[in-house]
Ligand binder design. Structure first.
Ligand code: CMC
Length: 443
């Protein structure tokens, strides 16, 4: 009868090892340590820069099948959630594991809205940023600063404390995000209006001017809510890995979310939609698309918004976003950059380079175009990603904290540096030209 094990022969010693294959088709990397040439040998390790084939956790939050283009939160297909749900309900689902009933939803909504206000000193903290500070930098700093306002968050093993920090973070993120935007515009910060929906209130804090009450456009409010649903979680991506890794030191959730937000800031992650708009603006017109594609194929450029570590067919979120773009344009007018995107996508889906590399549009290919049409500056794009991803980060963090198998994250390395050397006084060290060569690749 077939056994669920892997038999490995170490050709250095001729010894055989039987390693169990566990749930999800994984072997425990630590079992490789048994494979040794002798008692002094450390044993084998697996080498996996960027974790391309290493599972770091067992998770119940999000399921992705990258080959088939499937994304589900807690078992629910993203298409159904985007069609029928709202972001706060999805945040509940992601964080708690089940869709809420009517009563639970009302309580959850109330709990989140209770936490939309922030301490006045946080406002003063934000006002301290330079007039041209990037709102994502402001967000990273301010979320980190929140850790000093809520010292009770250190009690990470306390369920009630974890729940409270989760509500606070989900409730306050739109306020901090909107204020970061108002700051860059030199506009007064707008306080939350809890009569509005989660996204409606966010739009109010962003765009309210002198009117007594801001009335969000329902199409834009719903579009933003759908975009929030699409961004709520995405299993072990760079920022979630940062959340888990930093959180594994048992630091408070604000510090870990600040780290996750910093990870999201990068152009290969949450900054990709900003990079897409810059790319489209640089291409400038449909007729310059072939020239651009040529430079991508020559390896000179990347096509931003294309490719994904996990999706090797169309990103299901990108399909929804593309449709949404046209609904938003009904209100805002058409963003002319869409024509360049459509042409890039058309070529990308047919061209041998993109097909053979399995590069398809990802969620960021069209989100920037929508955000721009809605009046957001590019610097706000990653901020718009961070707001909904907070629910995913908190769900993943809570899972990590409760997982008895998890410990402080600490990868191994393969040391490739110098062997032992003897320190020499400064006057006896080699001439600078030689030393320059030696240190030139260090930074
Ligand atoms: N344009 C051109 N070539 C690409 C692209 C691209 N966008 N992405 C990957 N490739 C090529 C890459 O050059 C490499 O080619 P070769 O094997 O010939 O050297 C091959 O495809 C594999 O790429 P990789 O960089 O090893 O793949 P990865 O899994 O490490 O990277 C990625 C995934 C998303 C970082 C990458 O596709 C990329 O940089 N895309 C553009 C940035 C982007 O759109 N990021 C948003 C990701 S989705 C939102 C999120 O989840 O954060």
């Amino acid at each position: 009868m077939a056994k669920n094990t892997l038999t490995v022969t170490d050709n250095r010693t001729g010894k055989q090892y039987e390693i169990p294959i566990e749930e999800g088709g994984a072997i425990r990397a630590v079992r490789l340590r048994d494979i040794k040439t002798g008692p002094d040998d450390f044993g084998l390790m697996s080498y996996d820069p960027a974790f391309t084939n290493t599972a770091s956790c067992r998770s119940k939050v999000t399921y992705i099948d990258g080959e088939k283009g499937i994304l589900r939160y807690r078992g629910y297909p993203i298409e159904e959630l985007a069609e029928h749900s709202n972001y706060l309900e999805v945040a509940y689902l992601v964080v708690k594991g089940e869709l809420p009933n009517e009563q639970h939803f009302r309580a959850w909504e109330e709990n989140i809205k209770t936490h939309t206000m922030v301490h006045e000193n946080l406002k003063a903290f934000m006002q301290g940023f330079r007039y041209d500070a990037h709102p994502m930098g402001m967000l990273v700093g301010t979320i980190g600063a929140m850790s000093t306002f809520y010292p009770d968050a250190k009690e990470i093993m306390n369920l009630e404390s974890r729940r409270l920090q989760t509500r606070r973070l989900i409730g306050k993120l739109p306020t901090l995000a909107a204020w970061a935007y108002r700051h860059t515009r030199g506009l007064p910060y707008v306080y939350p209006d809890n009569e509005l929906s989660y996204t409606g209130n966010f739009l109010s804090m962003l765009f309210k001017m002198t009117e007594l009450r801001y009335k969000p456009n329902p199409t834009l409010e719903r579009a933003l809510d759908i975009l929030f649903i699409l961004h709520a979680d995405h299993e072990q991506n760079c920022s979630t890995n940062a959340m888990r890794s930093v959180g594994s030191s048992q630091v408070d959730a604000y510090s870990a979310v600040a780290a996750a937000t910093a990870a999201l800031y990068g152009p290969l992650h949450g900054g990709a939609n900003e990079a897409v708009i810059r790319m489209l603006a640089e291409i400038g017109s449909v007729k310059r698309v072939p020239e651009f594609i040529k430079s991508v194929k020559a390896g000179e450029r990347k096509m931003m918004g294309f490719g994904h570590r996990v999706y090797k067919s169309y990103d299901p979120r990108a399909k929804i976003v593309k449709r949404l773009a046209y609904e938003v344009f009904e209100v805002t007018g058409r963003n002319p950059l869409i024509d360049i995107s459509l042409e890039l996508e058309k070529i990308g889906l047919e061209d041998d380079y993109f097909v053979s590399h399995r590069l398809y549009p990802n969620v960021d290919f069209y989100t920037g175009i929508i955000y721009q049409a809605m009046g957001f500056p590019m610097t706000m794009f990653p901020v718009l990603f961070a707001i909904p991803r907070t629910s995913g980060w908190m769900a993943q963090w809570a899972e990590m904290v409760r997982d008895p198998e998890q410990k402080i994250a600490r990868p191994r390395q393969i040391y490739i540096g110098e062997n032992i050397r003897q320190w020499t006084p400064i006057e006896k060290r080699p001439a600078p030209t030689m030393r320059e060569d030696a240190v030139s690749d260090q930074i």
